[in-house]
Design a protein around this ligand. Structure first.
Ligand code: NAP
Length: 263
C-alpha cells in the first residue's frame, strides 16, 4: 500500500506542505502521497489514524500544535520545551500504534538564520523578537542555543509572559532608539503582513533601523513583506521565512524516514 503522510489543522487553505511533499514524491519516485486533513476538532485524530493503516507521519498546524500533545505516546525534548508539536511520526506496531511528536521549527529557524547571518557574528548580535506565539517559542529556543541575547516584544506583557520567558518580555511602547540601536537583529514572528493582508506591518518604529541591522521575517508569502520593504528602505539586510519553511519540512522528512529519529 502507498505510504501516506498528512497535514492536520483548521482551516487548511493552500498548503505549502502538500505541494512540497507531493512534488518531492513525484520527483524522487517515492510511492507515497501527502493529504490535507482539515479536522473540525482534534478529537477526530484517533479515528483518522485508525482508518489509515498506511499513515507514516503527519504535520500539525494552527490550531492543534499544542492540543495534539495529549494524543501522543512520546514528545521530544524540543517540542516539550517549545510547548508545540508540528511533526508526528506514526509507528505501526503489530498490535498498537505509537505516535511520537517533534518540533522541527527550531531546527528550521536555526538553519535559515545561520544562512542569513554569519554564525561567528551571532553571539555579538542582540535580538528583538516581535510576537510571543508558537513560532516565537521555537525562535527563542534556537536563539538560546546559539548563545544570542534576546528580548520579546509583545502587545501585552502579562499575556505574553504566560506562554514565554517572562523576564525577557517588553511592550512595543518600551522600544527606544537606544534599545533598537543595541539590538541589531529584528525577527518578526507575528502573522502581520501575511497574504491576503499584505499591507500591514508590526507596530515597530522602523525609522530607527540602519545599515547595521538585520531583519528576518518568518512570513514567506508574500516573499517580500511590507515590513521587509520598510526595513530595507532604512538600510537593513532582510530575509523571509522560505528557507526556514524548507528546512523544517526537510527535518520532518528525516524524522519520518529514520527509525531512530531524535531531534
Ligand atoms: P500565532 O501564535 O497565532 O501568533 C504569533 C504572535 O503574533 C501572537 O502571539 C501575538 O503576540 C502576535 N500577534 C498576533 N496578531 C497580532 C496583531 N494583530 N498585532 C500585533 N501582534 C500580533 O502564530 P504563530 O504560529 O506563532 O505563527 C506566526 C507567523 O509565523 C505566521 O505568519 C506563520 O505563518 C509564521 N511561521 C512561519 C514558519 C516558517 O517555516 N517560515 C514556521 C512557523 C510559523 P503578542 O500577543 O505577544 O503581541
Amino acid at each position: 500500500m502507498k505510504e501516506l503522510y498528512a497535514l492536520i489543522g483548521q482551516p487548511l487553505g493552500h498548503s505549502f506542505s502538500a505541494t512540497y511533499f507531493n512534488d518531492k514524491f513525484a520527483r524522487e519516485g517515492i510511492d507515497a502521497c501527502y493529504q490535507l486533513w482539515p479536522l473540525k476538532s482534534i478529537s477526530e485524530l484517533p479515528g483518522m489514524i485508525t482508518v489509515h493503516p498506511n499513515l507514516k507521519g503527519f504535520n500539525v498546524t494552527i490550531p492543534y500544535k499544542r492540543e495534539v500533545m495529549e494524543y501522543l505516546n512520546e514528545v521530544s525534548d524540543d517540542a516539550r520545551e517549545a510547548g508545540a508539536v508540528n511533526c508526528v511520526k506514526v509507528e505501526q506496531q503489530s498490535d498498537a500504534i505509537r505516535l511520537r511528536g517533534f518540533n522541527t521549527d527550531i531546527i528550521g529557524f536555526s538553519t535559515a538564520l545561520c544562512e542569513f547571518i554569519n554564525v561567528a557574528e551571532l553571539p555579538d548580535l542582540k535580538v528583538l523578537v516581535l510576537g510571543s506565539g508558537g513560532a516565537a517559542s521555537a525562535v527563542c529556543i534556537a536563539l538560546k542555543r546559539l548563545g544570542t541575547e534576546f528580548l520579546i516584544v509583545s502587545r501585552n506583557k502579562q499575556t505574553a509572559a504566560k506562554s514565554i520567558d517572562s523576564n525577557r518580555v517588553i511592550e512595543y511602547s518600551e522600544l527606544t532608539p537606544q534599545l533598537i540601536d543595541e539590538h541589531r537583529l529584528i525577527i518578526n514572528t507575528t502573522p502581520l503582513g501575511m497574504t491576503p493582508e499584505i499591507n500591514v506591518a508590526p507596530p515597530f518604529p522602523w525609522q530607527y533601523l540602519s545599515e547595521k541591522h538585520y531583519f528576518f521575517d518568518l512570513i514567506y508569502n508574500p516573499s517580500k513583506t511590507l515590513a521587509m520593504r520598510i526595513a530595507e528602505a532604512h538600510g537593513a539586510k532582510v530575509c523571509n521565512g522560505l528557507k526556514m519553511l524548507y528546512s523544517q519540512a526537510d527535518a520532518a522528512w528525516k524524522i519520518w524516514q529514520d527509525e531512530s529519529s531524535a531531534i
